[in-house]
Design a protein around this ligand. Structure first.
Ligand SMILES: Cc1ncc(COP(=O)(O)O)c(C=O)c1O
Length: 347
C-alpha cells in the first residue's frame, strides 16, 4: 500500500458492464458516479457503448461536459432558474414538467409521474401539452419499485406510461423509462433508451448477487494493517468500550474510518479480508481507524493488505453485504465513500 486507504476503480469492469446492458444506454453518473469518480468512469462507459450520460444536477452537467465534449447529457433533477442557465450553457437537456421550464430550455424531456410521486407531473393533460411543445425532445418516467419483483406498482407504472406515449404519439421523441432494475428484468420497459446507474458499476439493483446479472463490481476498498497488539481477556478496544476480549486475542488496527465513509453503523458488525481470510471488525468504528480481531495466533503482520470491499484470495465481500449490515442499499455504501479516499483507476 502506498497510502492508508484507497478505493480502486476497475474501469474495465465498468466498460464490460456497459457492454452487457441493453442499448441504447444512458449511463447515469450522478453523485460522482455513485462514488466511483466520474472522471474515471466516463470514458469506460462510452467505450462500453453508452451513448448518453445522465446526472442529477446542473453543476454535475457542467463538470461532465468538460469530460465528454460531444455526448448528449441529461440533467434529471429539479433545477432552479440559475441552475437551468448552467445546464443550458453546458449543452445539457433538462427534465420538464412545467411550462416555465419547458419554455425556458432549448431541449427538454417531459416527465410524467406515473407513481413515483417525486418529480414530474401527474397531470396527463399538462404532460401531453408539454409533449407537443417545440422544445420537447423526449418523454420519460421513473419507476419506484422496479427492484421489487412482487410489487404491483411497477407493471402499473409501465402500463400508464405506455398509454401516455400512445396518446401523445412518439414522433421523433426519445422515450425512456428504465433504470437498472427495469432494464434487467423487463424488456418492455426499454423503449428508446435505458437509464442505468447502479448496474454499470457492477452493483446489483436487487441487492443480492451482481454475478446473477453478469455484472462485475468495479469498486474495491483497500487499507493495510498499521498495528497488531495483544489484548488480554476482559480488556476493551475503541471508543465506548463497545467490544471486550472474552479471552486473550490479537487485534489489528486498520487506518480507515467514518472520515472515509466507512460508517460507524458497522461497529462490531462487518468482516474484512486479510490474507484471503475473513476477520470480524470489533469495537467502535472511529473517524480514522477500525480494529479487527485476529484470534489467539494471528497469521497477520503489520503491512498486510486489508480488503473491506472486494476480493482477496478466494473470499469476497460485496458492497451488498456491507449494505445489509448497515441496513441500507449498495448505492449508499459506494456513494457514501468520502473524498478523503483517493479513487485509483485499475484495469
Ligand atoms: C430518473 C432516474 N433515472 C435513472 C436512474 C438510475 O437508477 P439506477 O441506479 O437504479 O439504475 C436514477 C437514479 O436514481 C434516476 O433518478
Amino acid at each position: 500500500m502506498t497510502e492508508r486507504a484507497v478505493a480502486r476503480i476497475d474501469v474495465g469492469a465498468v466498460q464490460r458492464n456497459c457492454t452487457r446492458l441493453p442499448k441504447p444506454l444512458c449511463a447515469v453518473v450522478k453523485a460522482d458516479a455513485y462514488g466511483h469518480g466520474v472522471g474515471l468512469v466516463v470514458d469506460a462507459a462510452l467505450a462500453g457503448g453508452a451513448t448518453w450520460l445522465a446526472v442529477a444536477t446542473a453543476a454535475e452537467a457542467a463538470e461532465l461536459r468538460r469530460l465528454a465534449a460531444d455526448v448528449p447529457i441529461l440533467v434529471m433533477g429539479a433545477v432552479t432558474r440559475d441552475e437551468l442557465r448552467v445546464a443550458v450553457e453546458a449543452g445539457a437537456d433538462v427534465v420538464a414538467w412545467s411550462p416555465e421550464v419547458a419554455e425556458a430550455a432549448p431541449r427538454v424531456h417531459v416527465k410524467l409521474d406515473t407513481g413515483m410521486g417525486r418529480l414530474g407531473t401527474r397531470d396527463r393533460e399538462l404532460a401531453a401539452r408539454l409533449a407537443a411543445g417545440p422544445n420537447t425532445v423526449g418523454l420519460m418516467t421513473h419507476f419506484a419499485t422496479a427492484d421489487e419483483l412482487e410489487d404491483d406498482l411497477f407493471p402499473a407504472q409501465l402500463a400508464e406510461f405506455r398509454g401516455f406515449v400512445e396518446q401523445v404519439g412518439r414522433g421523433d421523441l426519445l422515450v425512456h423509462a428504465a433504470n437498472s432494475a427495469a432494464a434487467l428484468r423487463e424488456p418492455a420497459s426499454h423503449f428508446d433508451m435505458v437509464r442505468c446507474g447502479v448496474a454499470i458499476y457492477g452493483l446489483d439493483p436487487f441487492q443480492a448477487e451482481p454475478d446473477a446479472h453478469g455484472l462485475e463490481p468495479a469498486l474495491s476498498l483497500h487499507s493495510w494493517v498499521a498495528s497488531v497488539r495483544r489484548i488480554e481477556a476482559g480488556q476493551s478496544v475503541g471508543y465506548g468500550r463497545r467490544w471486550r476480549a472474552q479471552e486473550a486475542t490479537w487485534v489489528a488496527t486498520v487506518p480507515v474510518g467514518y472520515g472515509d465513509g466507512w460508517r460507524r453503523a458497522l461497529t462490531n458488525d462487518c468482516d474484512v479480508l486479510i490474507g484471503g481470510r475473513r476477520y470480524p471488525l470489533v469495537g467502535t468504528v472511529s473517524m480514522d481507524n477500525v480494529t479487527v480481531a485476529l484470534g489467539a495466533e494471528p497469521a497477520v503482520d503489520v503491512g498486510d493488505e486489508v480488503v473491506l470491499i472486494g476480493a482477496q484470495g478466494g473470499e469476497r465481500i460485496l458492497a451488498e453485504e456491507v449494505a445489509r449490515r448497515m441496513g441500507t442499499i449498495n448505492y449508499e455504501v459506494t456513494t457514501g465513500l468520502l473524498p478523503r479516499l483517493r479513487r485509483e483507476p485499475v484495469r
